[in-house]
Write a protein that binds this ligand. Sequence first.
Ligand SMILES: *Cc1c(COP(=O)(O)O)cnc(C)c1O
Length: 355
Amino acid sequence: MSGKEQIYIDEVFKSNYIAPTGAYVTKFEESVKEYCKIDYAVALSSATAALHLALRVLGIGRGDLVLASSFTFIGSINCILYQGAEPIFIDSDSSWNLSPELLKRAIRELPKKPKALILTHLYGQMAEIDKIVEICRENSIYLIEDSAEALGASFNGKQSGTIGDLGVFSFNGNKILTTSGGGMLISRNREWIEKARFLSTQAREPFLHYEHREYGYNYRLSNVLSAIGVAQMEVLDKRVEQKREIFDFYSKELANISEINFMPEIKNSRGNRWLTTLTFDKTNPNKVINALEEQNIESRPLWKPMHLQPLFKGTSKSFIDGTSEELYRKGLCLPSPTKDFDKLYRVVEVIQKIC
Ligand SMILES: *Cc1c(COP(=O)(O)O)cnc(C)c1O
């Protein structure tokens, strides 16, 4: 927390507007719109809800094909299953994010045209978005940016989430900003965002009596949590700076270990370095995880790719060249705490010793 959250929460309590609507919900949406320079935004209970509504407003349903990054967190993909659509997984390239070449191959070889692509900017680092936008345009495929981990990252000065047709942010407890739980759906298209807002409030038609012509969800964000969000947005730039400093620290301190490679930052982009992530060419990352654990320091492997998950075994098509599987086998997320800079030395010491 930054310090302002409690002040804004107190205002919410004074107003007695403890509800999934209110002045702070609107303020939170305004702050994200202003930061990202985007026209429309709707605050929601999670990024998972935002992704689900993105598919709903695009009319994606049973039997439709939806392309997606294989190297991601399951939250990117569950929405495809909610809609009864079929996920098609695309592997990564040297950027660690979705490979434009494999994307082209998938579109060429699939028996029918996919309707949308859910593109993850993993660990806050931008994917090859300019190439991917072009491929999606040429093939009339909607592009949804899963920027759950990438709030504050940019490409050519444009904020992540604003480049495709729809963008999604997460304010879950583990992300660069948090409202404990929360999400946002953004777009330049007013109709989509208004439709998403409508669906997020049980698809209630504008009558005093409760009238329903289609089904919706209860996906709204609380006024209390939105107050936290407004205060968090005020420190986003500072938070990104801190995360980038953590990355710079690790990359400098570990530069002498030649088997270590950090997640790259592609040309013309600026990542938020939400987590500092790396791979080891020789050392088994589990050895490092265990050694850190002995010092009571938590670390994690990289995400297990979706095409390797038992959930999708034998049911989903994928276009894979082994890249994300290799990253998963060799990779590690380092502790990236913004408040405990001194403690990063302990992490470095453990890694130095093992390598
Ligand atoms: C966290 C995350 C989500 C889900 O966000 P929630 O707000 O927790 O629903 C989706 N995609 C990615 C890539 C994430 O990291």
